[in-house]
Design a protein around this ligand. Structure first.
Ligand code: IPD
Ligand code: CA
Ligand code: CA
Length: 265
């Protein structure tokens, strides 16, 4: 299989779903929000976008299985699995904010080999395949060359449904606020990672994430020259529910800053 050709087809599939979400955003009203759990929002738009994606990806690569947020398809493939978040940034979408995107990754065995993130309101399509670099709308992208945390803008995600670790998280947040150019919470982990890859953010950290939030972003950051880990170095940052992504140069400083306050029970 030619991964680069496959990736261009996945670009088209992500754009089609993204354009559907964009079109719905013009008329969406909050009476259409459904709750999957406390503060865990979903709508017919997430579900319809996912159904479109699954159908298109299934005909593109029939032997692949699926890990998807809305569980439109649950069968697992022996060699290949798509990891999909049809709408990352649902809370933004339902409130009329424009930071949201479609996130699609392909996993071969346990390794991510392809990632596409499309932000329809900005018409930005980030993508990468293993060993072939990372791209935004056809132009190669690289992480920022900022050498230190003091020169860096950091992204994060605030806890919003599980608050047991909030106090130590707030201490970590305070430490980053005091030692960087500032901290942003834009509301889409997929776009946070894409923005590290393109050099808008130097770093990103968040916990309580799922594989579909990060899988595509991980390979885009890697292929743009960035580095990934859990809050301590190493570990499974795709399925391990916590992640640090950086431009590489500030990675150790980020881990040291987190370690000041982050305690595992
Ligand atoms: C969420 C977004 C958000 C992050 C949450 C995710 P969703 O995904 O990525 O930035 O803080 O942890 O669950 O629910 O909008 O697909
Ligand atoms: Ca998500
Ligand atoms: Ca989602």
């Amino acid at each position: 299989m030619d991964l680069q050709q496959l990736c261009l087809k996945v670009n088209d599939i992500a754009r089609e779903a993204g354009n559907y979400i964009k079109q719905e955003s013009a008329t969406f009203d909050r009476s259409k929000i459904e709750l999957k759990g406390f503060n865990d929002l979903v709508s017919y738009v997430d579900k319809q976008a996912e159904a479109q994606l699954v159908e298109a990806l299934r005909s593109l690569l029939p032997e692949a299985g699926f890990i998807t947020e809305e569980e439109t398809a649950t069968e697992r493939g022996e060699k290949y699995n798509w990891i999909i978040d049809p709408l990352d940034g649902t809370t933004n979408f339902t409130h009329g904010l424009h930071h949201f995107g479609v996130s699609i990754a392909l996993m071969e065995g346990q390794e991510i080999v392809l990632g596409v993130i499309y932000a329809p309101m900005m018409d930005e399509c980030f993508y990468a395949t293993k060993g072939n670099g990372a791209y935004l709308n056809g132009k190669q992208i690289k992480v920022s060359d900022a050498p230190a945390l003091k020169d860096s803008l950091i992204a994060t995600g605030f806890p919003y449904y599980a608050f047991d670790l909030t106090q130590q998280y707030l201490q970590v947040l305070g430490a980053f606020m005091a030692t960087s150019h500032g901290v942003r919470r834009i509301g889409s982990a997929a776009l946070d990672l894409a923005y590290v890859a393109v050099g808008r953010f130097e770093g990103f950290f968040e916990y309580n994430l799922n594989a579909w939030d990060v899988a595509a972003g991980v390979i885009i950051v890697q292929e743009a020259g960035g580095k990934l880990s859990k809050f301590t170095s190493g570990g499974d940052y795709i399925f391990g529910r916590e992640i640090v992504a950086s431009n590489t140069f500030i990675h150790d400083e980020m881990l040291q800053t987190i370690a000041l306050h982050w305690k595992y029970n």
